[in-house]
Design a protein around this ligand. Structure first.
Ligand code: 5GP
Length: 120
C-alpha cells in the first residue's frame, strides 16, 4: 500500500505550532494533547511527530526509536490520566475506520464505562 501524507492536515499544523493545543505530554517522537471535542471525561490524542498517515503506516515504516517514543508517550499519558479503572485506545484508520484527520493518532479515552466496542 502507498501512504500519501498531507502536510496541511490539522495535526501537522499542531505539530508545527500553527494551531494551539492543550499538551498533556511530549517527547522527541510523540505529542499528546486533549481532544477538542472529548467523548468521555478524559480524551487524549497521542500522535507521532513523524509524517505517518495511519497506524499501519506507522507500524510498517517508523523506526524503532519512533515506535518506542510513541509507546512511551502512551504509557506516560495513562499514568498522568490515572486510568486504573480502565480505558480504551482507538486508532481509526481510513474511510471504513472513520478516520477524520489523516495523521496517525491514538485516542486514549477514559473516565466512565465506555460501553460496547462497536456500534451495532
Ligand atoms: P479521528 O476521527 O480522525 O479518529 O479523530 C480525529 C479527532 O481529532 C476527533 O476526535 C476531533 O475531535 C479531534 N480534533 C479535530 N480537530 C482538532 C483540533 O484542532 N484540536 C484538537 N485538540 N483535536 C482536534
Amino acid at each position: 500500500m502507498e501512504f500519501v501524507y498531507d502536510p496541511e492536515n490539522i495535526f501537522a499544523k499542531i505539530l508545527r505550532g500553527e494551531i494551539p493545543n492543550k499538551t498533556v505530554y511530549e517527547n522527541d517522537h510523540a505529542l499528546a494533547f486533549h481532544d477538542i471535542a472529548p467523548q468521555a471525561p478524559q480524551h487524549v490524542m497521542v500522535i507521532p511527530k513523524g509524517a505517518y498517515v495511519s497506524l499501519d503506516h506507522f507500524a510498517r515504516d517508523a523506526s524503532a526509536e519512533e515506535q518506542h517514543g510513541f509507546m512511551k508517550a502512551v504509557a506516560e499519558v495513562c499514568e498522568i490520566l490515572g486510568v486504573d479503572d480502565g480505558f480504551r485506545a482507538i486508532a481509526n484508520s481510513r474511510e471504513h475506520g472513520g478516520q477524520e484527520v489523516p495523521h496517525f493518532h491514538l485516542h486514549i479515552v477514559s473516565g466512565r464505562p465506555l460501553g460496547p466496542m462497536l456500534a451495532r
